[in-house]
Design a protein around this ligand. Structure first.
Ligand SMILES: Cc1cc2nc3c(=O)[nH]c(=O)nc-3n(C[C@H](O)[C@H](O)[C@H](O)COP(=O)(O)OP(=O)(O)OC[C@H]3O[C@@H](n4cnc5c(N)ncnc54)[C@H](O)[C@@H]3O)c2cc1C
Length: 511
């Protein structure tokens, strides 16, 4: 017997599942989200929210809440053998959020869940998925709880974390490697003469020490241990002093944990009607703070595709593009964090001078500093399938750089992402000199998919004073289509509809 029918069942209410649930709620898609835990997590795990994720949160209307509660960091310091060597600057990133945001994962989850509740949806807690029955057009999910429900869904999303039940049920290989070294993590209150406004990374012949200021009082430290080392809380002070060459007095350890680092992913993120995302699909070293951010981006990539498929009748290939795009990104993140972890774990004294020299050169040369911070910020990621022009910032398949537009009525400056309403955003740069009626006829006929933003000197509700945007893009007239997740899908330098129609045919339902 089926207890409930929904379009999508989301298994797991971590950051990945919650972001997908919030996205689907905003699109009005029928779904259920369950978690086997009876209460929300109070674990601080991921503390680094990258600029790209804040851009996503802005499109989900939760960025302000996150930024109000978080600490933002613009700079990172690198030290070798206790000597300050170089600075990483996030403040030069091209994004409205040029900083790393530090907030405990349980607080990020609480903000996402509160936003979900405002849409009238609630996580069903204390329900564990125990088995799936697959049919060609649906899946039955059997849940163990006080009431032992069966839910019928068109799609089941596995957002059930690194030990994913669903991945095991489907017997999917989780290929990759596990590092033999353990790492230590501690959130603590400490008396330590070190800036609480910046991140600090100490390289030493004993290993690496990373320091993140969580609040004025509390810091997070992480460091690698030798593979066979046993380690306990009482040894923290010694580890910190040896690697930082500074005195520290620990007042209180709020959370202490030892963990191993794994870099693994499944071969395919979609198996019939089951879609894997977040840690269920890929796990990587916490170095660089990428894991949670990648899971949130997976969800945001899938959400609008499910809207097109389930609500508008677009073909399944739209949903299937999630696979190519996000597998490509996960491979990229795994490679980067793998190299970063190897470098951080290099403790041989003989390598230290080279590391020091390397970091110095890297961070003094602006372009290299920019490349490193862009990578950490997840702003460099692009999707395959477009012929892109290297070094060109505004190009198909890349995140469209945030721009300001001006509201005609009151002159308020706002951002493209802040006015986004979940549809494709079509920016029409209209010089008022050419007849664009055929273009507008096409756009108006498809209003349920397009948010049309005409930008000319006189347009409403937004205008482009002095053609600022047009000038910055070297485009006097033309059309730009930004996907609901903020990536540029299409760019043309004229106002005829045919090329635009051809691009959109791959995404929209056939007439
Ligand atoms: C020590 C540490 C530090 C980290 N630091 C960072 C960082 O700074 N930045 C960063 O980006 N990432 C970091 N990460 C990684 C980050 O925590 C994870 O990537 C993130 O939690 C993944 O989110 P998720 O929603 O995919 O999975 P999870 O957060 O694991 O959530 C999965 C949920 O699924 C539920 N579930 C599991 N099985 C079932 C089932 N059968 N039925 C129902 N529910 C089920 C679980 O109860 C859980 O709530 C860190 C991780 C660790 C361990």
């Amino acid at each position: 017997m089926v207890d409930k029918q929904v379009d999508v069942l989301i298994v797991g209410a971590g950051p990945t599942g919650l972001t997908l649930a919030l996205t689907l709620a905003r699109y009005g898609i029928s779904f259920e989200i369950i978690d086997r835990k009876t209460t929300p997590s109070n674990n601080s795990r991921a503390i680094g929210i990258q600029p790209r994720t804040i851009e996503v949160f802005s499109r989900l209307d939760v960025a302000k809440e996150v930024l109000d509660r978080a600490r933002t960091i613009e700079k990172g310091n690198l030290y070798f053998s206790g000597q300050w060597t170089a600075k990483l600057e996030f403040s030069r990133l091209v994004t409205p959020y040029p900083f790393v945001t530090l907030l405990r994962q349980n607080e990020t989850e609480a903000i996402l869940e509160a936003a979900l509740n405002e849409h009238g949806h609630y996580v069903q807690r204390g329900e564990a998925l125990v088995s799936l029955t697959h049919y060609p057009s649906r899946v039955l999910a059997h849940l163990e709880s006080d009431s032992n429900r069966t839910i019928e869904a068109k799609y089941v999303v596995a957002a059930d974390g690194a030990n994913s039940t669903i991945r095991r049920m489907l017997a999917l290989p989780f290929s990759g490697k596990s590092f033999k070294e353990s790492w230590v993590l501690a959130d603590m209150k400490a008396k330590w003469n070190i800036s609480r406004e910046e991140v600090h990374i100490f390289f030493s012949d004993r290993g690496v020490l990373e320091v993140f200021p969580l609040t004025d009082d509390t810091i997070r430290i992480t460091g690698n241990l030798a593979s066979d080392e046993s380690f306990n809380e009482a040894e923290l002070r010694e580890l910190i002093e040896q690697r930082s060459h500074m005195d520290v007095e620990i007042d209180e350890v709020e959370w202490f944990s030892l963990f191993r680092v794994h870099n693994r992913m499944v071969d395919s993120f979609i198996h019939n009607r089951v879609i894997l995302m977040g840690d269920a699909a890929h796990i990587n070293s916490p170095v660089g703070g990428q894991g949670m951010n990648t899971g949130i981006a997976d969800s945001f990539n899938l959400g609008w595709k499910l809207w097109l498929h389930l609500k508008a009748g677009a073909p399944f290939r739209v949903v299937d593009s999630y696979r190519d795009e996000r597998e490509h990104v996960a491979r990229n993140v795994l490679q980067t964090t793998n190299v970063a972890t190897e470098v951080l774990q290099t403790t041989l004294p003989v390598l230290l001078p080279f590391q020091a020299l390397g970091a110095d050169v890297f961070t003094r040369v602006n372009l290299i500093n920019q490349k490193i911070t862009e990578r950490i910020a997840q702003l460099h990621l692009s999707y395959p399938g477009h012929s892109r022009v290297p070094f060109l910032r505004v190009t198909e398949g890349k995140i469209f750089p945030e721009i300001e537009i001006i509201r005609t009525d009151d002159g308020l400056r706002t951002k493209i992402s802040e006015v986004a309403d979940g549809r494709f955003q079509v920016l029409v740069l209209d010089d008022d000199k050419r007849d664009a009626s055929a273009l507008y006829d096409y756009l108006n006929d498809h209003q349920s998919f397009f948010q049309i933003i005409t930008l000319s000197k006189t347009s409403r509700p937004f205008f482009d004073q002095g053609n600022e945007l047009a000038k910055s893009l070297f485009m006097k007239r033309g059309v730009l289509v930004i996907r609901p997740d903020g990536y540029l899908l299409h760019k043309q330098r004229h106002l005829r509809p045919e090329a635009l129609q051809a691009t959109m045919a791959a995404w929209l339902p056939s007439p």
